[in-house]
Design a protein around this ligand. Structure first.
Ligand SMILES: C[S@@+](CC[C@H](N)C(=O)[O-])C[C@H]1O[C@@H](n2cnc3c(N)ncnc32)[C@H](O)[C@@H]1O
Length: 215
């Protein structure tokens, strides 16, 4: 099976995310902005960066910015939008659960609404290899709702193909796999948007010294 993300146009994805009934685009960008203000990292990697949602908030003090996405047309569009505006930005097309990530380790990794589509153990091991010791991984996970479907219905019907691979990840499961990859959970907070959907932001710290087998 082809990964359904490869067959969804960026325009469909971005239009879907900004629909009033979905309304997640601003929320994920706002959380990213809070995180970069909190950590003021010298280097940051955004995993599943799509078209660069939230990149406007990256401060000039962040000298290296890496965007990673499985869809090459998404990274190409993000590059068009941000290469001139953010010095030291680089983009990589990669499947984070299976492809080696070919960039130098960063202080902060932001993975928002992407763990729902990947195998966690492989992905977390991969991310551990590109996170500096003492650096942070921040995840944003969609939480189950008793009243709403995981994928909000919308006129952008291509989005519904994601139901083949989407799985809401229990935060405790994420924390377990993260711990095996060398990330310690430091804090978490719930964010609820107008539609009633909730999300959990988890902040992990990468251990200073790796154990054998850990990135
Ligand atoms: C729901 S969107 C989230 C976009 C952005 N992080 C945000 O919060 O606004 C998920 C993104 O992850 C990317 N993605 C999904 N699976 C991936 C994988 N295995 N490797 C890399 N990127 C992936 C998709 O192409 C898409 O751009």
């Amino acid at each position: 099976m082809n990964n359904p993300w490869l067959d969804i146009s960026l325009s469909d994805y971005e239009s879907h995310m900004s629909l009033p009934t979905v309304d997640q685009e601003v929320m994920t960008a706002t959380e990213f902005s809070r995180i970069v203000s909190q950590f003021t990292p010298e280097s940051v990697a955004v995993i599943g960066c799509a078209g660069g949602n939230g990149f406007d908030a990256i401060p000039a003090s962040t000298r290296r910015v890496v965007g990673v996405d499985i869809n090459k047309s998404y990274v190409a569009r993000a590059a068009e939008r941000y290469e001139k505006r953010i010095p030291g930005i680089e983009f990589h097309r990669a499947d984070v659960q299976s492809d080696p990530l070919s960039f130098d380790p960063v202080e902060l990794i932001y993975a928002s609404l992407v763990f729902e589509y990947v195998s966690l153990p492989e992905t977390l091991e991969n991310l551990a290899r590109v996170c500096l010791p003492g650096g942070h991984l921040v995840t944003l996970l969609q939480q189950p709702s008793t009243t709403m479907t995981a994928l909000t219905p919308s006129p952008y019907t291509s989005i519904q193909s994601l139901s083949q691979i989407m799985r809401l990840v229990p935060p405790s499961e994420c924390a377990e796999y993260a711990a095996s990859a060398g990330f310690t959970l430091e804090s978490e907070k719930r964010v609820t948007i107008k539609s009633g959907k909730s999300f959990l932001v988890q902040i992990y710290r990468k251990q200073e010294h790796s154990s054998p087998g850990q990135g």
